[in-house]
Write a protein that binds this ligand. Structure first.
Ligand code: GLN
Length: 489
């Protein structure tokens, strides 16, 4: 096996090898830890590498495998975004205010992964509290896009997506409030899914905007997405918003057939101002599916133009409330030498939060304040209902909806940091699905002339992740974009 780059394997490929005894869970974990030590100094996808924990998990997995108890995730090393609780390990949210916070318990998603014998390699970088689209809002480090080290990996799950693209893990877990799984997956040329709101437990995910947040997989291919979803989806009594519905076997949706399927193409998503190469690649992708027998139909999501404005009222409103708990008393960081309690609160939050987080807290507090509540928050909630209605109506007349994931390929580091509005527009194609609660996946559909990956987004009806998996799988099995890997030295 010498000379083979085993870190490149997908979950299903690694599973085959583990089952046949061609590699052990300890060997693959060591290979990945070595890979991280070699490439992460350039990429900086990880905030923390949990070597001891990983080797411990690898030994446990080896015992299971020896006892014949291997399941698809047993012995597979994974990375987790740093806004999820991992018992005994830090969960910082890339914020100074949680710099030394050690999770007292495992998030349900992490618990499910461990129960299946999955191995935790470490915690990945992100925008502070998941607020951002480039991972540049991390208080600790800048993550680079493995395809071009001068560009952003996307955000906020930039570390998780970059770690997959750079083969620093077999797959990873991210969270998506307005695009934070799909947009970085698109920027890094990997697969990322935001499942239906309620499909996956949020227990142990640090809350950002609770009515929008959803955890999901970031993987090298669609089959891995289905495998990971099988492990993390399902009802959880610890999260009152998790849906009490049976979970299908998502691998059954790995079917290469879209004949007769109606693909809705919303005209509002193909507008002037978007990068022409993105538009071209996405249309080429749609044509691939059409050639395979799918039917293309123009549809309308008429309230799309209000999505960004609506999101930037609802999301900060919820964030301002969720982040009120970081007061220097209960969690993490506390400012030193304050003369009284009020000064301690003020100083702690002043020093503990970065600029974007403060901006959201102020915006959110403003739109919730009496006198402005009706004009902003209530209005936004009403528009949200209209946006949700757009999807309900459109999805009655088509099987899935197809759009670009992001209006541009990865942009340059520093390009948008001084201009929050420009940064907010990075999510123009992903935000509506969070407002509507519908599932969506981003898959690679080609490259820009500059060699940067471009993502195609497939959106489905609530709790019909199988359909988007089937379309994504069919596309992937008839193209080779997902097999390309960045050249790292
Ligand atoms: N970029 C969006 C924001 O800054 C979405 C972030 C996310 O999905 N966590 O809020």
């Amino acid at each position: 096996m010498a000379g083979e780059r085993l870190y490149r394997l997908t979950i299903h490929e690694l599973h085959e090898r583990l089952s046949r005894g061609e590699v052990s869970s300890q060997e693959i974990t060591e290979i990945l830890l070595k890979r991280i030590s070699e490439v992460d100094p350039q990429i900086k996808a990880y905030l923390m590498v949990a070597e001891q924990e990983a080797m411990k998990g690898a030994h446990e997995a080896a015992h299971r495998i020896a006892a014949g108890k291997i399941s698809p995730l047993t012995g597979v090393p994974l990375a987790i975004k740093d806004n999820m609780c991992t018992q005994g390990i830090k969960a910082t949210c890339a914020s100074k205010i949680l710099e030394d916070f050690v999770s007292p318990y495992d998030a349900t998603v992490v618990k499910n992964i461990k129960e299946e014998g999955g191995i935790l390699l470490g915690k990945t970088n992100m925008d502070e509290f998941a607020m951002g689209s480039s991972t540049e809002n991390s208080r600790f480090t800048i993550t680079r896009n493995p395809w071009n080290l001068d560009t952003i990996p996307g955000g906020s799950s930039g570390g998780s997506a970059a770690a997959v693209a750079a083969d620093e893990c077999i797959a990873s877990i991210g969270s998506d409030t307005g695009g934070s799984i799909r947009q970085p997956a698109a920027c890094c040329g990997v697969v990322g899914m935001k499942p239906t709101y309620g499909r996956i437990s949020r227990y142990g995910l640090v809350a950002f905007a609770s009515s929008l947040d959803q955890i999901g997989p970031i993987t090298k291919d669609v089959e891995d997405c289905a495998i990971l979803l099988n492990v993390i989806a399902g009802h959880d009594p610890l999260d009152s918003t998790s849906a009490n519905l049976p979970t299908p076997d998502y691998r059954k949706a790995l079917v290469k057939d879209v004949r007769g399927w109606v693909l809705g193409i919303p005209k509002e998503f193909f507008v002037e101002g978007m990068d022409p190469e993105v538009e071209e690649r996405v249309w080429e992708g749609i044509r691939v599916l059409e050639d395979l027998g799918a039917v293309v139909k123009e549809i309308s999501l008429p309230h799309t133009g209000y999505a960004v404005a609506t999101y930037y009222i609802i999301c900060p409103a919820e964030a301002s409330s969720n982040l009120a708990r970081y007061d220097g008393v209960k969690y993490g960081f506390r400012a030193a030498k304050s003369k009284d309690l009020m000064e301690m609160y003020l100083e702690t939050r002043f020093e503990g939060f970065g600029a974007e987080v403060k901006r959201r807290i102020m915006l959110g507090t403003y739109v919730l304040s009496s006198g402005y509540y009706d004009a902003y928050y209530r209005k936004a909630s009403q528009v949200r209902t209209l946006i949700k209605g757009d999807f309900e109506e459109a999805l009655q007349g088509c099987d899935v909806i197809i759009t670009p994931t992001s209006p541009t390929p990865a942009f340059h580091l520093g390009e948008k940091v001084q201009d929050p509005l420009q940064m907010y527009l990075s999510d123009i194609f992903t935000i509506s699905m969070n407002l509507a609660g519908v599932p969506a996946i981003s898959i690679p559909c080609g490259f820009s002339s500059g060699g940067l990956p471009i993502g195609l987004q497939i959106i489905g009806r609530p709790f019909e992740e199988e359909r988007i998996i089937q379309v994504a799988y069919t596309f992937e099995q008839n193209t080779d974009h997902h097999t390309k890997r960045p050249q790292l030295t």
